[in-house]
Design a protein around this ligand. Structure first.
Ligand SMILES: N[C@@H](CCC(=O)N[C@@H](CS)C(=O)NCC(=O)O)C(=O)O
Length: 210
């Protein structure tokens, strides 16, 4: 049994999606980010960074969306969402997961929360830098999916694809959305055609980019 602390369309989305894909029993606890619930002491006890998601795994609170997807993939290997240690795609899998989480996701964080790095006076400069960085990352993702086949690592979906699709979605209202990159557009369409995507959207109450 898992418990996911989540908020619609945020970094919890890839974890939620994987829970649905895996068919594992889980409880959902919605966190009201706009109401500041993620900064309250009770939530900070679970996630000291004060962000969503948090996943209770056997009662232990864990954070970091990409890591949570990796943990789920490894706990349920029958789904084949993580190349096993020694598999030829293992190194690429680890490398992409860190790139997605460490480089692309952090650039998005600056785009969506531009006052956080240096206050309100620096918002424009932070957003301009974040946009440049996001678009450079999208160039890389586009080149990768153009050469790799159906999914990020090849012909088989992995945890990296749930993280990637979520991150592609986040650009939908940006000046140049990810779907303007040709290979990403086909990739996103493929991922969105998974029946679980519809379930995820309904559960999170999302309508846009559907
Ligand atoms: N590195 C964290 C980042 C999570 C994150 O930034 N979550 C956002 C929502 S997408 C959040 O909770 N933001 C609230 C805030 O920063 O105040 C992860 O991957 O879990």
């Amino acid at each position: 049994m898992y418990t996911l602390y989540w908020s619609p369309g945020t970094a919890s989305m890839c974890v939620h999606w994987m829970l649905i894909e895996l068919g594992e029993p889980h409880e959902l606890v919605k966190v009201d980010i706009e109401g500041g619930e993620h900064r309250k002491p009770e939530y900070l006890k679970l996630n000291p960074s004060g962000v969503v998601p948090t996943l209770l795994v056997d009662g232990v609170p864990l954070g970091e969306a990409a890591a949570l997807c990796m943990i789920l993939a490894e706990r349920h290997p029958q789904a084949g969402f993580a190349p096993a240690v020694g598999h030829e795609q293992r190194a690429a899998y680890l490398s992409w997961m860190f790139f997605l989480s460490n480089t692309l996701q952090t650039a998005y964080h600056n785009w969506f929360y531009p006052d956080q790095p240096a206050g309100h006076s620096a918002v424009e400069a932070v957003q301009a830098a974040a946009r440049r960085r996001i678009e450079a990352c999208l160039n890389r993702v586009d080149r990768q999916v153009a050469k790799s086949g159906s999914y990020l690592l090849g012909d088989r979906a992995s945890a990296a694809d749930f993280v990637t699709t979520m991150l592609m979605r986040w650009s939908r209202n940006m000046p140049k959305p990810a779907t303007e990159w040709p290979a990403i557009a086909g990739y996103v369409k493929r991922m969105k055609s998974r029946p679980t995507f519809k379930v995820l959207y309904e559960r999170e109450g999302l309508t846009e980019w559907s």
